[in-house]
Ligand binder design. Structure first.
Ligand SMILES: Cc1cc2nc3c(=O)[nH]c(=O)nc-3n(C[C@H](O)[C@H](O)[C@H](O)COP(=O)(O)O)c2cc1C
Length: 203
């Protein structure tokens, strides 16, 4: 039994190894789940770059993601260190995938409207829709709001992929809008990466 488990782990690691993934984190109570996603991807051999909105830093500290990703966390579009190397352009070219989890109603609305006013929304505008996966997390009333639903429908038509939220216990009552478990999110991502494409991590 044990050698079989090792074999499965090896296959999973081969899928991720050498890939670069961006994790966009926005201001939701579900921010804490992003830590486990980041940690799993890093342990699977992925280079992970976390981008946080200002609101999300109220829920989880950038230091948490920096530690789990073993990488610098991007929170500021106008970081002086990168004056001559805009991160959103360099990163947009390098990333195999951008996962936004948890995705707030606000970021969904901003993407649908073409707003690029922080590091995450600017990156999204610089990357093709098929590379972006959005995992909404919010209160049921927010999720079912016709404007949010209209934005989601519009973005799906534009080529953005969504991980559907689940029904269950939310911070304020029960209903639809809960971010799926980190395990489920990782399983959703696995078939999307082009297997066998390896890249030098120093790039
Ligand atoms: C305690 C608390 C929890 C929140 N949880 C959510 C949430 O789960 N989903 C959501 O869309 N907004 C949530 N919000 C509201 C967002 O943080 C707010 O709309 C913010 O402007 C989002 O900004 P961002 O998209 O730039 O991160 C929450 C706010 C508070 C104070």
């Amino acid at each position: 039994m044990k050698p079989q488990i090792t074999q499965i782990k090896k296959v999973i690691n081969n899928i991720w190894e050498g890939k670069e993934i961006g994790i966009g984190v926005t201001g939701s109570i579900a921010c804490y789940k992003a830590g486990e996603i980041v940690s799993s991807l890093y342990q699977s051999g992925c280079r992970v770059t976390v981008l946080m909105t200002k609101s999300s830093t109220k829920f989880v500290s950038p230091l948490t993601f920096q530690t789990l990703s073993h990488n610098r966390v991007l929170t500021d579009l106008f970081d002086e260190q990168y004056e001559f190397d805009p991160q959103h352009i360099a990163l947009a070219q390098r990333l195999d995938l951008l996962l936004i989890a948890p995705a707030s109603a606000n970021i969904i609305g901003k993407i649908a409207s073409g707003i690029a006013d922080d590091i995450l929304s600017t990156l999204v505008m610089s990357i093709k829709p098929s590379k972006v996966i959005i995992a909404p997390a919010m209160n049921e009333k927010m999720y079912l709001n016709p404007i949010v639903q209209r934005n989601i429908t519009f973005l799906k038509k534009a080529g953005y992929r969504f991980i559907e939220p689940e029904k269950g216990q939310l911070a304020c009552g029960t209903g639809i809008g809960r971010l799926p478990s980190p395990d489920k999110i990782i399983k959703y991502l696995a078939p999307i990466f082009p297997v066998g494409r390896h890249r030098d991590k120093s790039q």
